[in-house]
Design a protein around this ligand. Sequence first.
Ligand SMILES: [Zn+2]
Length: 407
Amino acid sequence: MHGPLRYITVTAPDGEIIGYAWGSADDTGWIHRAASSTDAFRAGVDWFGRIRDAHRRGLTPAGVLELFSHEPGVGPVTEAPDMKAIEELARIVTPADDRRLVDQLVPAGHPAWTWLAEAYDSLTDEDREVVWDRGGGTPPDGAVQTPVPVYSEQVQRVLRALQDLGAVTEEYRWMGHPLPEVPSAGHLAPADAVRAATALVCGERFYPGLIGDALHSGLLDALVLSLRAWHAEPAAEGASSARSGRTEDDSGRQAPAVPVPVVAPRTSGSAPRPPQAPVRCRYCGGSPAVDVSFRAHRGLLLLLGFRRMDGPMCRMCGLGVHRALTTHTLCWGWWSPLSLVLFGPLTLVRNLLAVRRVERLAQPGPGLLGRRFDPGLPVHRRPRAYVALIPLVWVVCLIVAAVRAGG
Ligand SMILES: [Zn+2]
């Protein structure tokens, strides 16, 4: 694939990036975001079909991107220097991805936690010595005997407990990723522990001996200890998982509905953390960037529409997204009773809080991916924003009328 590519970013209604549709001079394609949820992955399969069909019907690649860029949840057509740059974007793992994996774990009171603790604590050195069954006896003529590892009952109890805990989950597509390694500090973040448990238990069926290797390398120990530490103190460990992600500041995100209360991060530095990569803008790759979400709301009688775009975003992209979504809300966010009194104002206030964090950022350095969002005109210079005056005037008139009628 030579020459620059163009692409669009496709986002699910809940704000999760599903993947990227690209177009070159003569072809189109789709790249799934590697860490996406199963729902997003399935949606991505649909998107891939739609893009391929549009191209087959005779639209040029540029035409396909242009067509789909107007759909809800799809970003503007953007240029990338090459395919690697888009693949790089698709590899970004967000704190929300980490949280989704940790959310798969059963709550603290569940007996599976005891099963794991009991099974793991009673592992002996013998259990760690994996025996390979080479078939024994004389194989029938022509049969090929493949040796299979035989894990002790104790090891199998640990593996079963990991499954009962929810640490083996289809929310992690282990096949597309290398096996997590034990970091030099020996401490795995809880989300990485779920990744490792999933890859080991599922991968063993395809690569017999994987679990035996993990018993020797310390990976199995690291993941069990990480899960148990999370179980002992889910709130703090959950927060530390988010901190170890690509973004440093997670306070602007909406916490999912999980029994993980948000607490102040622990200040005691237990193990030195490896230096973190700078936070990069999800849309253009520029830095500095901050993890924020912007929202848009549309209310039309009974039809309520919500849209959310997640960061990390640099100053330019953040301003661009803020101005577009806020103007949309000012124009469309009033036309149902709930929207007027609740969702419209709430969306605007949240966007204002988020944009203040973006405005504090310095101008981003050159992006990895060329073009970034154009912030465009400020909201107050966009005529559509003044549609908001209509419901405002109407409410004032209602109040005045009510006061007069009462007086
Ligand atoms: Zn940016």
